[in-house]
Design a protein around this ligand. Sequence first.
Ligand SMILES: [Zn+2]
Length: 400
Amino acid sequence: MEYIITNIKLLYGENLELMKDHAVWVKDGSIEKVAATQEIPADLPVVDGNGDYLIPGLIDLHVHMMWDGSLNPVSTSETEGYEQMLLRAASNCRHYLLHGITTVRDIGSIDDIAIHISKAIKRGLIQGPDVVASGKTLTMTGGHDPFWARFVDGPEEALKGVREQIFKGAEVIKVSSTGGVYGRTEGEEVGNAELSMEEQRVICNEAHKFGLKVASHAIGREGLYNSILAGVDTIEHGHFLDDELIALMEERNVAWIPTLFVYKQIATQEGIPQYAKEKAVEIVSIHRNAFRSYFDNNLLIGAGSDAGSPCTPHHALWNELYTMHEIVPDTKNILKTATVNAGKILGRKVGQIREGYQANLLLTKENPLTNLKHLEGLRQVIVRGKIIPLQTPAGQVLGV
Ligand SMILES: [Zn+2]
């Protein structure tokens, strides 16, 4: 399949540079060429962009596709059973596409649902974004997120645990290195370190041997330190990051996925379970201060929404970007967290409009660099070169 998108303004390459009078040649799911319109072969089918903005498809680096984003998703999943959870995950994948999210990294689902969904999308059985799925979260016995955990204690079990996930088809490994806010209802504290540095080091070495990255749920300082020195690739949340830890992350190319929006929701929304709300209230301002302090540092920051978590819908990537913008003014660098940076963090050719990159593209009516809310004026979604035949919230169906 081959076509040209013309009559567009586009945000090119890793600097999201605004280009006019250019066209994009899409071939076999990838971007074959970006060039001045007259330099592109005239005999290919044409998609008329109607003067809209062509931007890279969005990437959400932290989702839980089988959760429902209600006040208490754990209680929903406890009552509804596997089949309903699986169907919800499939339905949420269409929801991601409808909102311009063309890649998601799912790092926590019961019974490996996200791995099954990822396989079904690859096989063309259902429509959805590219899914990079972890298997079970590797957690100490009794640790954070027991509902989708593989409990491991000691280096030998850690090794066995990571190999099991790789065998099942995980494309990223998730570990819990501290307690969390919304996890066990009793006895879990964000300051408590969980998996040891030694256990995490075994996991990281083995995952890296097979080309997989490791994402660490880490809030308190001791657990953050353990994860960074053990060799993880991304810190999820990272409320208690400080100057010393940030310097270590920069030195070791560890990226940060702050997930700001979900903690704001848990701290402020009525009806959230009290045990979680109390913990979130305590750490939200610490989190925001860390983000303000380190946003301009020399480390990659990627956007992750924690979609599916309490009061966090599956298009909350938008809200994550808006929340960043409440704290820092730089719209371009914020949009990069969900595009350019996120692609680099995944180590995949996504998140940029550039030759050789996957053709995951959006048309928006106005320029999101002037106002991030323009992401909501979505007119068309293209994933792996395929024009999704759907009526987008603000859009119209375009055809080749
Ligand atoms: Zn999460």
